[in-house]
Design a protein. Structure first.
Length: 97
């Protein structure tokens, strides 16, 4: 059922994208460092969105790597603590009486 809902959401997204590109097919002047070019407005907006998403992923990558490293360190620390607890439970209790 979840796959079907995901497929419907993807289909709706594709249809909205197609409608967006048809409604925004007017050419605009795109100026860049080496020249300029006439491109459709929809293409300009989609490329801008894609570049922004890639930059966001790139800038958050450092944080993700740092958190994964900290997670690994904490897992190792918890494993050592669990081993110590297991060793302490295995030691027989000696009653001095």
């Amino acid at each position: 059922m979840a796959r079907f809902i995901s497929f419907l959401a993807l289909l709706l997204l594709v249809l909205l994208g197609l409608a967006f590109s048809v409604l925004n097919a007017h050419p605009v002047q795109l100026d860049y460092f080496f020249g300029s070019r006439q491109v459709p407005l929809a293409l300009t907006l989609v490329l801008t969105l894609a570049v922004g998403a890639l930059l966001g992923i790139l800038f958050s990558l450092g944080l993700v790597i740092r958190l994964k490293r900290e997670n690994l360190r904490l897992r190792r620390k918890a494993q050592v603590a669990e081993q110590e607890i297991s060793n302490l439970r295995a030691i027989p209790i000696k009653d001095p009486h």
